[in-house]
Design a protein around this ligand. Structure first.
Ligand code: ADP
Length: 498
C-alpha cells in the first residue's frame, strides 16, 4: 500500500502536549476534580497530550446526559434518520482516516501501515450498521390462546449502554461499540483505555460534526478502577459492552449484578494455530508468525499456541523463527516498521517475566526473548519477536495469555490428540488450522471450542460476521445481526381483538 502523506508530519500537527477535554452531553469538559493524566507515545515516552481523569461525578453526569438523550431527542429519530447519521459519520471517518490512524499509532504504538489497513473494516462497520438501522423488525407470532388474540414482538433499544474498550485497537473498538448502539437507538457512554484515549475523543468530534444529538455519545476518559468501575456498577446503565482482559471482565460482570444490567464481554485468549502435515508450508509460515507478531502480540486473538505436526515440526518452527528475525522493529510511525513498541513498561515487564518462565521451565528459545536496544529504542519498550520450541502443555507460556510477541510451539501426532490439547484451555476465542484436506478442516473446525475458526488464514474480521468468545473468552457477539440483538430488548405485545 502506498501512502500520499507524511505520518510524522501529520503527527506533529495533531499533538503537542496540550490538554484534550472529554465529551459529556455535547460539551467538551475537564474532570470536575481538575485531575489529568498524560497520554504518552509508547515509542518515545513523550507526552502527546493530557486527558481528564474522570471521577464518579463526571461519569454520573455522562450517564445522565445519555439517559436524557435516550428519552428525549434521540427517541424521536426514525430508523432512516439514524441511518443517515451513521452514513454521515462514515463519510467523516473516511475523510479523516489518515489522522485517525496517525493518532492511534502515536498513542498506542501499532505500526501505521497496519492501522491504515483497517479502513475497509472500520468503514464497513459503520455502513453495515447504518444499513441494519432500517432493517430491524419484530415478528407476528401465531399463538394458541382461544379467541382472536394477536401477538407480535417489537425490538426496542436497551437504553443507556456503557462501552469500555481496551487500548490495542481504539478506532475499531470505538466504532464497533458505537455503530450498533446508534443503529438500534441506544445512547452510549464510552470509556477508552488509559493508554489510548486520544482517537476515541477525535471520533467523538466527528460524531458531533455528523449531527449526533448532544448526549447520545459521551466519552469519559480516566482510570478503569474509577471511571470504568463506576460505569459497570451504575444503576442507570442498562447494558455494558466490554473488551479487555478476562480478570477485568469478571470484575465488570460482578459489578453489573447490582441492577442486573446486561453484559457482553470480549475477553482474553490463548488461541491455537494447528499446522497439519499436509499444510502448504510456504503460505502457512508467515500467517502463523503474524498470527502473533502483528501488533507485537497485543491482540486478543493472537494465535500464541502453535501446534505443528511432528513430521514437519522442525522445519516449520525454524522457518517461523527465521521469519521473526527478519521483522523490522521500530517506531510505529515509520512506514517500514513491522513490529512496534509494547504499550507500556508494566506490560513489557509482564512479557519479560513470561519469557523468563519459559526458559526456567525448560522451553527452547529459538529466537528473540530480549529487549531491542539502541538509541532509536531507548524511549520505549521494544521486545524482539520470540519463538519457543519444546514447550510442554503445563508450562505457564503454554497456558496463560501473554499479550506479547511470544510464540509457544508444540509437536503433535494425531488430529484427536491435537483437538483435545488445543481445547484444554480455559479460553475459547479463536483458532487457526492449516491443511489441504477438506475433511480435516471440517473436523477440526467442528471440534475446536472457539468463537472464530480460520482455515488456511488468520485474523479475518468482518462487520457482517459474528465475533466473540466461548468459555473464559467471554460471551456475546460483535459483528453481524447477532451484535444488534445485544443492544435490543424483545417486547411481546398481545391484543385481544374480540
Ligand atoms: P488491559 O490489561 O489490556 O489494559 P483491561 O481489561 O485492564 O485490559 O482494560 C480494558 C479496559 O477496562 C480499559 O478501558 C480499562 O480502563 C478498563 N478497566 C480496568 N479496570 C476496570 C474495572 N475494574 N472496571 C471497569 N473497567 C475497568
Amino acid at each position: 500500500m502506498a501512502i500520499d502523506f507524511d505520518p510524522k508530519q501529520l503527527g506533529s500537527e495533531l499533538y503537542n502536549g496540550g490538554f484534550r477535554p472529554m465529551f459529556i452531553g455535547g460539551q467538551w469538559v475537564g474532570a470536575q476534580s481538575g485531575e489529568v493524566s498524560d497520554a504518552v507515545n509508547p515509542a518515545t515516552g513523550e507526552r502527546l497530550a493530557t486527558i481528564p481523569d474522570a471521577g464518579v461525578v463526571d461519569v454520573d453526569r455522562a450517564v445522565l446526559a445519555a439517559r436524557r438523550a435516550f428519552e428525549g431527542p434521540w427517541s424521536k429519530f426514525s430508523p432512516y434518520e439514524r441511518q443517515a447519521v451513521l452514513l454521515k459519520i462514515a463519510e467523516l471517518v473516511e475523510r479523516d482516516w489518515d489522522k485517525l490512524c496517525v493518532s492511534d499509532t502515536l498513542d498506542m504504538g501499532m505500526p501505521i501501515m497496519r492501522t491504515l489497513a483497517n479502513k475497509r473494516r472500520v468503514l464497513g462497520m459503520l455502513r453495515f450498521y447504518a444499513g441494519m438501522a432500517t432493517a430491524l423488525h419484530g415478528e407476528t407470532i401465531d399463538n394458541s390462546i382461544p379467541g382472536e388474540i394477536v401477538s407480535f414482538t417489537r425490538k426496542e433499544p436497551v437504553g443507556v449502554v456503557a462501552a469500555i474498550i481496551p487500548w490495542n485497537a481504539p478506532t475499531a473498538a470505538t466504532v464497533w461499540k458505537i455503530a450498533p448502539a446508534l443503529a438500534t437507538g441506544c445512547t452510549v457512554v464510552l470509556k477508552p483505555a488509559e493508554d489510548a484515549s486520544l482517537t476515541p475523543l477525535m471520533i467523538a468530534r466527528l460524531m458531533q460534526e455528523a449531527g449526533v444529538p448532544d448526549g447520545v455519545v459521551n466519552v469519559v476518559t480516566g482510570k478503569g478502577s474509577v471511571a470504568g468501575a463506576r460505569l459497570a456498577e451504575h444503576p442507570d446503565v442498562n447494558k455494558v459492552v466490554f473488551t479487555g482482559s478476562t480478570l477485568t471482565g469478571q470484575s465488570i460482570a460482578r459489578a453489573a449484578v447490582g441492577n442486573l444490567k446486561k453484559v457482553s464481554l470480549e475477553l482474553g485468549g490463548k488461541s491455537p494455530v494447528i499446522v497439519c502435515k499436509d499444510a502448504d508450508i510456504d503460505r502457512a509460515v508467515p500467517v502463523a508468525a503474524m498470527a502473533v507478531f502483528a501488533h507485537s502480540g497485543q491482540i486478543c486473538i493472537a494465535g500464541s499456541r502453535l501446534f505443528v505436526a511432528r513430521e514437519i515440526h522442525d522445519e516449520f518452527v525454524a522457518r517461523v523463527a527465521d521469519f521473526a528475525k527478519a521483522l523490522r522493529i521500530g517506531h510505529g510511525i515509520e512506514t517500514d516498521t513491522d513490529i512496534g513498541p509494547i504499550v507500556n513498561s508494566r506490560q513489557a515487564r509482564v512479557i519479560e517475566d513470561y519469557i523468563a518462565s519459559g526458559q526456567t521451565e525448560g522451553a527452547r528459545l529459538l529466537t528473540g526473548g530480549s529487549r531491542q536496544s539502541g538509541p532509536v529504542y531507548d524511549g520505549g519498550n521494544f521486545l524482539t519477536p520470540t519463538v519457543f520450541a519444546d514447550v510442554h502443555d503445563d508450562m505457564r507460556i503454554a497456558r496463560e495469555e501473554i499479550f506479547g510477541p511470544v510464540i509457544s510451539a508444540f509437536k503433535f501426532d494425531s488430529i484427536d490428540e491435537v483437538t483435545s490439547r488445543a481445547n484444554a484451555s480455559p479460553y475459547g476465542l479463536a483458532a487457526g488450522i492449516f491443511t489441504k484436506d477438506l475433511g480435516t478442516a471440517h473436523k477440526l473446525a467442528r471440534r475446536l471450542k472457539a468463537g472464530s475458526v480460520w482455515v488456511n488464514m488468520y485474523h479475518a474480521i468482518d462487520p457482517a460476521v459474528p465475533f466473540g468468545g466461548m468459555k473464559m473468552s467471554g460471551y456475546g457477539r460483535e459483528g453481524g445481526v447477532e451484535h444488534l440483538y445485544e443492544y435490543l430488548e424483545t417486547k411481546a405485545v398481545w391484543i385481544n381483538t374480540d
